[in-house]
Design a protein around this ligand. Structure first.
Ligand SMILES: Nc1ncnc2c1ncn2[C@@H]1O[C@H](COP(=O)(O)OP(=O)(O)OP(=O)(O)O)[C@@H](O)[C@H]1O
Ligand SMILES: [Mg+2]
Length: 459
């Protein structure tokens, strides 16, 4: 870890001195402040990477300091030090944005670990913010810059502000729900986005889910209940897996859409609703109509604008962006520095057919991140048997056996080197850059560590 500027805030001079010496021995620059107010003044004029502060101090205490920083939109990591008796205050500090807390008395190593963790976390958070704000990676919450996705964004921007019903069609995991939410956000409608999954709710409960019921309408209806249609009034009703809705209920839904009023189960009053309806299915809608799963008249009503969500295998140019996006997403979730991904692992991901589309890719990255303890995701972290595109495999004259892996990908040496490099990197991180401590963690001599650090270019 490169040298950082750390501000130590404590009203006890002896304590400040001890902390300063120990943090300097790790190669950091250290300044001292005797209370919160002094600290604020120093933070105002100098640039620091981290604050390590006591909680109980005269004039401005640790909580006051933290609050003042956050109110001024300063997101510098703050670690608070506390005694057993004031753990609740420490927890309160975490709630208003402290990076960590340490209980006194503590070992110096505890401080060192907390400092290196807080600094690493900040890098992760900054990268995440960068990813969100500055990288041109798609539109809204979508990742993808390929032509099919550009066309999708154009269509969505065009239909979102209208009141037209939208019918979303796409295979599992392509992002249909994401499309529905994006339509709502871009619609400017002030009401709620209310999803209802017609496949997940038992058929006999679906009617009351949709339209609500009055008390006593059926056994178990102990009080009046507001339905999803009413909830979505002024907003967007998302009918997910519409072909799973019982055909009788489809007729009732059609009437609601035509007349703009709902009638609660067991009631006789009607309530007007202002609905924008978005429906989705992963089946072929025309086939569903022909098979009697979807009423023709409801289909016409819903299918004013049809949106087809592209398959992932039809836009595999977006795969590296998606991989990077999910790696960052799970790094933040797992509080770690984002690992890189080896080029042969990426080649496999780009060549795979992705029957489960983006969801499958997301799950696979999450799994790889759990398996990979170091800073490089390799082929070893991917499930075996990720085959090539079927279209490629079926090409006349093409090699019939799945041949997506590079021929030398089982060679031992590169993998062993990679593993060794990760472990050394991890140890250096845990030891806060202290090579003697890292060597102890690795149970090798310091001299051997020096040699390996040079070999892997880790300095
Ligand atoms: N273009 C995209 N960019 C980023 N994330 C995406 C994209 N498309 C889908 N995802 C993510 O993939 C996952 C699956 O998406 P979603 O639930 O919208 O799929 P779906 O089409 O509704 O699937 P199903 O038919 O199985 O319900 C979600 O976590 C979603 O955020
Ligand atoms: Mg879905």
């Amino acid at each position: 870890m490169t040298a950082k500027r750390i501000l130590v805030v404590d009203n006890e001079a002896k304590m400040r001195r001890i902390l300063e010496l120990s943090l300097r021995s790790l190669g950091h620059e250290v300044e001292q402040a005797g209370d919160g107010q002094e600290a604020l003044a120093m933070l105002d004029t100098g640039s620091f990477d981290l604050v390590l502060t006591d909680l109980r101090m005269p004039r401005l205490d640790g909580i006051g300091l933290l609050r003042a920083l956050r109110e001024a939109d300063n997101d510098i990591p703050v670690i608070v030090m506390t005694a057993y008796g004031t753990i609740e205050t420490a927890v309160a500090a975490m709630k208003i944005g402290a990076a960590d807390y340490i209980i006194r008395p503590f070992e110096m190593e505890t401080i060192e670990m907390a400092v290196s963790r807080a600094l690493t976390m900040q890098v992760v958070q900054r990268e995440n913010r960068f990813l969100k704000e500055e990288m041109s990676r798609g539109w809204g919450d979508f990742v993808g810059t390929s032509k099919p996705m550009q066309d999708l964004y154009d269509l969505l921007k065009q239909v979102a502000p209208t009141r037209s019903s939208v019918f979303i069609v796409g295979e599992t995991g392509t992002g249909k729900e994401l499309v529905a939410r994006a339509l709502h956000v871009a619609s400017g409608r002030s009401g709620l986005f209310v999803p209802i999954n017609c496949a997940a709710i038992p058929a006999e409960l679906l009617e009351s889910e949709l339209f609500g019921h009055v008390k006593g309408a059926f056994t178990g209806a102990l009080r009046d209940r507001v339905g999803k249609c009413e909830l979505a009034s002024g907003g967007t009703l998302f009918l997910d897996e519409i072909t799973e809705m019982p055909i009788g209920l489809q007729a009732k839904l059609l009437r609601v859409l035509q007349e703009g009023v709902i009638e609660k189960v067991g009631g006789n009053a009607v309530t007007p609703v202002d609905l924008r309806v978005v429906a989705a299915t992963n089946r072929d809608p025309q086939q569903s109509v022909d098979a009697g799963l979807l009423r023709r008249d409801l289909y016409f009503r819903l299918n004013v604008v049809r949106v087809d969500v592209p398959l992932l295998r039809d836009r595999h140019g977006d795969i590296p962006l998606l991989v990077e996006y999910f790696v960052h997403k799970y790094s933040v979730e797992l509080s770690r520095t984002p690992p890189r991904i080896s080029s042969d692992a990426m080649a496999i991901l780009e060549g795979y057919a992705w029957p489960g589309n983006v969801r499958e890719l997301e799950n696979l990255i999450e799994r790889a991140m759990v398996l990979c303890r170091g800073d490089l995701i390799t082929v070893a972290h991917l499930p075996v048997g990720l085959g090539p595109l079927p279209a490629v495999a079926k090409e006349p004259g093409a090699d019939p056996k799945p041949a997506s892996r590079a021929p030398d990908s089982l060679a031992l040496r590169p993998h062993v080197d990679e593993l060794e490099r990760h472990l050394i990197h991890e140890a250096l991180l845990q030891a806060g850059g202290n090579k003697a401590a890292a060597a102890r963690l690795l149970k090798i001599s310091e001299r051997a560590l020096w040699y390996k650090i040079k070999r892997y270019g880790l300095t």
